[in-house]
Design a protein around this ligand. Structure first.
Ligand code: ADP
Ligand code: MG
Length: 335
């Protein structure tokens, strides 16, 4: 069902994205691929659907704070791949299969390290490791994982890593191929971008979604959704699904803005100020500064402002003084 809020996990369910699937399929065997796109654009859906045709492990790294979290997420990933990888997983010491669940032992006797796990899994076959929202990892876990990827890059030929994240600048920093301090310095990677739908695609997406639910809606309902959500599938799903339940455009928009606002509340005070100024129309460095200083009555240091704008860009919230997501812009006005 197109209006399902969960990520799609099969190519049949996936709307469009043929180009990206083709690029990913072609890249199997290459060591490192980056899949980039803003939040709700459909990265996880693309990645899960891509794995349908391959032996792979999908690891969702959101919320990982410590080693136990990390190994739990890897265990969940392996559990999800059990149908395809049972024979290999069965023989690895430090890895247990209990019913339909895989568990890892990462400390003490009979434990397994990450490099060794990957080595064992890829001994006789190519395996794709998808690490979703990897930029959220903090040191020392981020180092551990980067070192593992670098080791695999150099030594394990049957290994393809796909790294994905919504905060594109931070993801690129995480990989750090331009940074001599990074374990992945100088490594080549393939980049796949997940872009927003065109207006025509958004229209078709909504029409098809309503069609599946046997809802006949007026053309204006479709057009409003197309105009407002700027081809971001996650919002289109929210719109379609909520419209079926509520039929109230203003209410639907309000819920979306609230969701976005809660996400923006994680920003620090300066970032909020800058986001708000840009949401209110500041289109240059000096107009952002003017607006903030007028509002707050305090002088904002030049270097602080520059740094904050850069931070918002790295988070993929703005680019060139424009919001990448129109709902975020509406929400930022309320900060
Ligand atoms: N190509 C697509 N076809 C159908 N639904 C999609 C597509 N891309 C995204 N969606 C839907 O949009 C929402 C957000 O997608 P998700 O894959 O979680 O995005 P991301 O991982 O980029 O944040 C989900 O409800 C998902 O089902
Ligand atoms: Mg995702």
């Amino acid at each position: 069902m197109l209006f399902d809020p969960r990520p799609k996990s099969s190519r049949k369910e996936l709307f469009d994205r043929e180009k990206q699937l083709e690029a990913l399929d072609r890249s199997i065997g290459k060591p490192l691929i980056l899949v980039l796109g803003i939040r709700r654009i459909g990265k996880s859906s693309l990645l899960l659907s891509f794995l349908e045709n391959w032996k792979g492990v999908y690891i969702d790294l959101r919320g990982v704070r410590n080693t136990a979290d990390l190994y739990r997420k890897i265990s969940e990933g392996l559990t999800g791949s059990l149908a395809k990888l049972r024979d290999v997983i069965k023989g690895i010491s430090g890895v247990k299969i209990a019913g339909v669940e895989v568990t890892l032992k990462w400390r003490g006797v009979d434990s397994i390290s990450l490099p060794r796990l990957i080595e064992q899994l890829t001994k006789k076959q190519t395996v794709v490791f998808v690490l979703d929202e990897i930029q959220e990892l903090r040191p020392p876990l981020s180092f551990e994982l980067k070192n593992t990827i670098a080791y695999a890059y150099d030594n394990l030929p049957n290994c393809t890593f796909v790294l994905s994240g919504s905060q594109i600048g931070l993801l690129k920093d995480f990989v750090g191929v331009d940074n001599p301090e990074s374990p992945l310095f100088g490594r080549y990677y393939t980049e796949v971008r997940v872009e927003r739908f065109t207006k025509e695609q958004s229209r078709e997406f909504l029409q098809r979604g309503f069609g599946e639910l046997k809802q006949s809606v007026e053309r204006s309902v479709i057009e409003k959704g197309v105009a407002l959500f700027d081809g971001i599938p996650g919002w289109l799903v929210h719109y379609g699904m909520s419209y079926v339940e509520r039929k109230n455009y203003d209410e639907i928009l309000e819920i979306a803005i609230n969701t976005a606002r809660n996400e923006l509340l994680k920003l620090n005070q300066r970032e909020k100020q800058v986001a708000k100024a840009i949401a209110n129309g500041a289109k240059s460095w000096s107009s952002v500064r003017k607006l903030i200083e007028e509002k707050s009555g305090e002088i904002i240091p030049k270097s602080t402002l520059t740094r904050t704008i850069k931070a918002l860009e790295k988070l993929s919230i703005i680019q060139d003084y424009r919001f990448l997501d129109p709902v975020y812009q509406l929400a930022a006005k309320l900060l």
